[in-house]
Design a protein. Structure first.
Length: 230
């Protein structure tokens, strides 16, 4: 799952941003709503089905037709067509806010020479202008001198932190292309799917540590796939 580079790039952008402070209560409400929506968005959903999750009963007002395909009225962040397979990408966030506290990014694809877009990737990133990193930080602190290594399991990472568990995450990612892959690809065991989560941990110094974990199906746990200092 190729989310590590994108997340590390995001970390660089966060570190260089001018942050706008907000109230904790409002951020928590937004985070809860965004997380609930993220969990309700399932791979393979059409754009109309996803819009219903995000916008509720008035979701049809957010839809339009582009050729024979149903798409969102809002401008796509990116679109492409390759060998008859179309892709479109949308970012959902409060566009009136100076510093949005939650951003959901959705990628939809069609099967080859088809018109129906289906959800193939989703991500949720939570930001907080009240933290020095600009992200929702975990309450768990990285022990002084602790070294995080690529390939560490969630349990091994937990052992380097205060408290029990990893605490609050700042990002979630899921990719699942099986709804638009061919029957032959799936029968050959070439299904493309995976998930990851991102945390920002306080450290003994003034820096923060952003850590990305990818789910390892064989080990049945998340393992560290990348990190960056903020």
């Amino acid at each position: 799952m190729k989310t590590t580079f994108a997340k590390l790039t995001l970390a660089t952008l966060i570190a260089g941003s001018t942050l706008i402070a907000g109230t904790a209560e409002a951020a928590t409400t937004t985070e809860t709503k965004a997380t609930t929506q993220y969990n309700a968005l399932t791979p393979g959903m059409t754009i109309a089905q996803a819009a219903k999750v995000i916008y509720g009963k008035d979701y049809k007002k957010q839809l339009t037709k582009k050729g024979s395909s149903t798409v969102l009225k809002q401008k796509a962040e990116a679109t492409s067509t390759s060998q008859g397979q179309k892709t479109t990408l949308y970012s959902i966030y409060d566009r009136k806010a100076d510093f949005p506290s939650a951003m959901t990014t959705l990628m939809f694809m069609t099967k080859k020479n088809d018109s129906v877009y289906r959800l193939t990737s989703k991500s949720l990133d939570l930001y907080r202008g009240t933290t020095t990193s600009g992200a929702r930080e975990s309450k768990m602190k990285l022990a002084k001198g602790a070294k995080i290594k690529t390939g560490m399991t969630e349990k091994q990472l937990d052992a380097l932190l205060s408290g029990k568990g990893l605490g609050e995450w700042t990002g979630l990612d899921t990719i699942d292309l099986t709804s638009v892959q061919t029957k032959q690809e799936l029968e050959l065991g070439l299904a493309i799917k995976g998930k990851s989560k991102t945390y920002v941990f306080p450290t003994a110094t003034k820096t923060k540590k952003l850590v990305i974990l990818d789910y390892n199906a064989k080990k049945k746990t998340y393992v560290v796939s990348g990190q960056a200092s903020l």
